[in-house]
Design a protein around this ligand. Sequence first.
Ligand SMILES: *Cc1c(COP(=O)(O)O)cnc(C)c1O
Length: 408
Amino acid sequence: MDARGRCGYDRFVMVEAESPPAAEPITAEPMPPLATAGPPAAEAGGVLTVDLAALAANWRMLGSRATPSECGAVVKADGYGCGIGPVCAALARAGCRTFFVADLAEARAARAVLPDQAIYVLNGLLPGTGPAFAEIGARPVIGSLVELAEWDAFCAASGWRGGAALHVDTGMNRLGLSPEEAVALAPRVRTGNHGITLLMSHLVAAQTPEHPLNATQIAMFRELRAHYRGIPSSLANSSGIFLPAGAHGDLVRPGAALYGINPTPGRPNPMHPVVRLQARIVHVRTVPRGATVGYDATWTARRPSRIAVAAIGYADGFPRALSASDERPGAEAIVAGRRCPLAGRISMDLLAIDVTRLPEDVCRRGDLVTLIGEGIDLDTVGASAGTIGYEVLARLGRRFHRSYRGEG
Ligand SMILES: *Cc1c(COP(=O)(O)O)cnc(C)c1O
């Protein structure tokens, strides 16, 4: 309502009676070259930069390696911590048509930016969630006979024919029908109304090409495909794409490699790095020789030292296992182009860096230092923390300012 108590509609009618309103200019919004999420950079303790052009290049590289198979994308865990929305949008622009998420909430987030691409939900059908799948046109990855029965009942009752994947367990012993169940079911699936649009299995040890389970699983999957002729199949994850083509199927499902993790451990990483994590210096102090830094006094200054305190901690997903003590070095940070060691325990929201070796004027309050990127790769960070790059990436904190670069 305006000041005279009339609502906008009246006013519009009045204006129209006098002179027709000018047509709104149509502004074609160009795709912004740089989108952001999270708090403003100036207020954030950490800045995560996601290079969507590198992500798209990684997807194209994996796709060309897997040719003639289709290349899908696994975007579970919020796009491996990179942000499911921008990641899906960039991959769709690059031409990806099939996406895999873990659960329905992720499927919804993916659907918001994917109008007509296939979205498979790896954790399958939770009891009573059939209608939610239909509502957003997502496909459950059916992992057991009870799930299949519920999906069939839902499809029969609702008439929904949106498709589903059938997951067969060839060795993971996690999700999936047994091969015997799958073989017994095959004649009914091929002739019936199950609406199975993908036959899939998952490799146990694809990162280790010589692992005997690869050959076993590939052979079992080949046999299953024969029973399910006419239904597209999918076996390989990122590392599986680097196994012989028998590991691929009609559709490959890379996740980690898209985001820059090395799918061929022990060999050079063929992927482009995608993420860079920078931390904000909030304080620089000097400590005398013999002083300790941080909780539990595990790190002692061996000389008068300059300590830069950065505003990222384990609550941001930076592993506490990367703390530095007198016995064991921790992670490194790149400060003004030079590698500097951490000092002491990583706390919840802060970590300390020994910048004694740098000239005094180069590391100041407000500066950004790099914890991941510029040569510090996720795989190394993961290994030093006693885990894998996957875990470090997937747990990257939600407090960071996020900056998305590249056209995808
Ligand atoms: C996570 C996952 C993938 C992707 O694996 P990466 O090793 O990240 O490439 C593929 N398939 C299934 C079933 C998964 O759970």
